[in-house]
Design a protein. Structure first.
Length: 249
């Protein structure tokens, strides 16, 4: 689902220079899905190779593989290796981590098995700093309870920010929506930072999310599933339709 050149005229163009992400190495191309001037689709919690291939064939921009062992959608790096290798260059591959040893996402990035890491736990700016220093792209997830949740976000130096419903100890996947007005305010204050919108995104509210928030991407897990880790392609098709409509001038 390639990006088109501009968002609907109702939304002003936002300057984007691969915010805090490398621009001269192999990570740059897949990061085009983070262009904030058009909304992309990321389907998270992929566990099956056949689902990954169907997402690729449908032109979905990105898929997430969950490497947190306590997740209902967990895949070990070893189990995911062949799936990730087959998908290389065909879809942006996002590795999702929760308070992992930093060597784990670093190794997967350096080995070219994922294109971007997503830190979805309690990772601090100090944890993230070596990734930024070494131009290793990463998304930092933030649970949004109120306006204060979004203070000091730039300290992470992330390639993008993912805004999600708070889920202490569970770290996402609740299927619940947070107050999107906080996301709108954040994007208005920091238009150069790509924002992924997560938390309860479904085919029923995807168009509304795009129109109200104008995120760089929608991040969908439970809203595109038959059961945890098993994708529902009727729901995926409906989400793609919402994305496609948003790109029509």
């Amino acid at each position: 689902m390639p990006k088109s050149s501009s968002r609907k005229s109702a939304n002003k163009s936002r300057t984007w220079n691969n915010y805090h992400s490398p621009s001269t190495n192999d990570h740059s191309l897949p990061l085009s899905f983070l262009d904030p001037n058009q909304t992309s689709l990321k389907i998270c919690g992929v566990t099956l190779a056949e689902d990954a291939q169907r997402l690729i064939s449908l032109g979905v921009d990105a898929m997430g593989i969950n490497f947190w062992p306590h997740s209902k959608r967990y895949l070990s790096p070893e189990a995911a290796r062949s799936l990730l290798m087959e998908a290389s260059g065909r879809i942006t591959r996002v590795g999702v981590f929760v308070n992992a040893e930093a060597s784990v996402p670093r190794q997967l990035l350096e080995d070219g098995l994922i294109d971007i890491a997503q830190f979805h736990g309690d990772e601090s700016p100090e944890y993230c700093a070596p990734f930024a220093d070494d131009s290793l792209p990463f998304i930092k997830a933030i649970g949004v309870s109120n306006k204060a949740s979004l203070e000091n976000i730039t300290d992470y130096r992330a390639s993008a920010i993912l805004l999600d419903t708070p889920a202490p100890g569970v770290y996402g996947g609740t299927g619940e929506v947070f107050d999107w007005s906080h996301a709108v305010e954040f994007i208005g204050a920091y238009p150069e930072i790509p924002v992924l919108l997560a938390g309860g995104i479904t085919p029923e509210n995807a168009s509304q999310a795009i129109e109200e928030v104008h995120p760089a991407a929608l991040d969908v897990a439970s809203g595109a599933e038959l059961s945890p880790g098993i994708k529902d392609f009727k729901k995926v098709a409906a989400l793609i339709e919402s994305i496609t409509r948003s790109r029509t001038p």
